[in-house]
Design a protein around this ligand. Structure first.
Ligand code: SF4
Ligand code: SF4
Length: 204
């Protein structure tokens, strides 16, 4: 899996969920399909009058979520920025050409009057495949996006009792000194932390 392939899979999913934060600090989520993809970026269309646009312009933080029929979850965390004014028409036209139904919504030049295109180019991507055995997860980035480690780790407090490895539903804890979690197969279920008699498992 790669970041580019993750974007391709999102393109095949088609309709994605976009989560933002509104001016009251509350989460908001919308489905967006008017998206144009490049190998390392995505561009999406909305109307300037929508709260969604206001949230993107004032805060910009966005999470984009897609789920494939093969049980793959792909999530982008990023800041969306408006495309430069001189390139707005280019990307509006590319998106309308890809999705002709949009001409019904915004006929003639109303697409240019009402529309605005945002770009996501710097993002952290989390890929999580529940359709394979063992499950598989990995993180990637595009542009200046950071890969941030999230998950459980076994510390040097491990006494090698083996309780966590016996109960791990994905059998992804390797015996050793200390025991070690194979991160790419971990569900983040927390059983190992809850079961360890020595408090040796921490979430990071
Ligand atoms: S349950 Fe705790 S002490 Fe036992 S092997 Fe796992 S991490 Fe180590
Ligand atoms: S969090 Fe769950 S899946 Fe991951 S290592 Fe611990 S028990 Fe296994």
């Amino acid at each position: 899996m790669t970041a580019e392939l993750c974007l391709k899979k999102l393109e095949y999913v088609g309709v994605l969920a976009f989560a933002t934060v509104d001016k009251y600090g509350d989460p908001q989520i919308r489905n967006i399909s008017a998206i144009y993809y490049e190998p390392d970026a995505m561009y999406f269309f909305t109307a300037k009058g929508k709260s969604f646009c206001e949230e993107l312009l004032s805060d910009g933080r966005v999470q984009v979520l897609g789920y494939t029929k093969y049980k793959e979850m792909i999530r982008l965390s990023s800041k969306a920025v408006p495309v430069e004014p001189e390139n707005q028409q280019k990307y509006i036209d590319l998106i309308f050409k890809k999705y002709p139904y949009l001409y019904n919504l915004y006929p003639d030049d109303t697409r240019l009057m009402a529309g605005i295109v945002f770009k996501i180019a710097d993002a952290r991507i989390e890929y999580f495949n529940l359709g394979v055995n063992p499950i598989f997860r990995e993180s990637y980035s595009i542009g200046k996006g950071n890969v941030v480690f999230r998950g459980y780790v076994i510390t040097d407090n491990c006494r090698k009792c083996g309780a966590c490895a016996d109960k791990c539903p994905q059998r992804c804890i390797e015996r050793g000194s200390p025991y070690k979690i194979e991160q790419s197969h971990c569900l983040h279920c927390g059983i190992c932390r809850d079961i360890c008699p020595f408090g040796a498992v921490e979430i990071r």
